[in-house]
Ligand binder design. Sequence first.
Ligand code: HEC
Ligand code: HEC
Length: 299
Amino acid sequence: MRKIFKIALWGLGGIAVLAGGAAAFGQFASERKMNRVVALNPAPVSIPSDDVALARGKYLYESRGCIDCHARDGAGRTFIDDGSLLVRGPNITLGGPTSSYSAVDWVRSIRHGVAPSGKPLLIMPSEDYARMTDADLGAMVAYIRSLPVQAGDGRELRLALPVRFAYAIGVVRDAAEKIDHSLPPAEPAPEGDVLAAGAYAAQMCQGCHGESFAGGKIPGGPPDWPAAANLTPVPGGAMQAYRDSAAFAAMMRSGKRPDGAAIKVMPFESLAELNDTELAAMYAYFRSLAPAGKPAGGK
Ligand code: HEC
Ligand code: HEC
């Protein structure tokens, strides 16, 4: 065999061994991280039963993104299925895993991103819900518990190796890693404080648009997902297409830009449920932010 050819073969063999090693590491280290126990002792929230609270709970459940992964009836639904990544949210009616939930288990999973077993939830964006007030969290749980019982677990999760690898090395973080578990529950926005109400509602956008709303590539998202837009008022940023809160609300309800083009990835089934008051407050809040980052999301 010619020497150069031998060297090339050795090189290829080396790459195969390295790739095999990386695959084994990704598999092993991601499993270990998924199976870690997050020690928490959260305070329970009271779960109301009056009609006003149940109506508020229904509004939150349907507008905060839950229905995009758990379905309106709570039976669970496929959110991503693109070959490398399959995510189907579990059944969260009392016919599924939540049948054995104590009041504090609801707080643990929704506010902290941790299952009753102490293991982290993986996909569930609890960081978007961690700062819900006790009253809102209690109302939403009351509504979920009132949903007609559906059978089965419902969940499906398939993560491609590159996603596992990114998770193992901390490039993709689960909600329990992102949340500051030591913060006290959020206080309700003061009556009439539009910017505080907008900031409160906009928390549900942070999982994808980033903590500072500057957008960018969504960690762990499928490769064909566009970068999330920059929602701060940067020159040339996406928000400049929305001259008033009515234009912004029209986009959130239709899933279309002012020029008619469809916007990808955004959970519009939920977002269309946001009421005018919250949409106007969110719009005012985004405009009040200091411009940050690059215009179109960028990196
Ligand atoms: C992007 C998809 C997504 C969204 C949005 C979402 N969830 Fe989840 N949820 C999941 C997945 C997937 C799981 C299974 C655990 C995991 O891998 O994260 C889960 C788990 C749960 C569990 C725990 C079930 C168990 O196994 O113990 C509860 C409760 C829950 N979600 C409630 C909610 C509520 C309430 C909302 C809205 C405020 C919501 N989820 C929003 C995807 C989502
Ligand atoms: C599951 C991830 C996800 C969530 C949740 C999400 N977004 Fe987005 N958003 C995206 C992505 C990705 C894009 C870029 C879409 C594209 O380029 O087609 C985007 C684009 C946008 C745009 C730009 C639209 C345009 O004119 O180009 C606005 C405005 C926006 N999002 C606002 C919000 C607000 C407000 C929320 C919360 C109420 C939110 N998004 C929640 C992922 C998300």
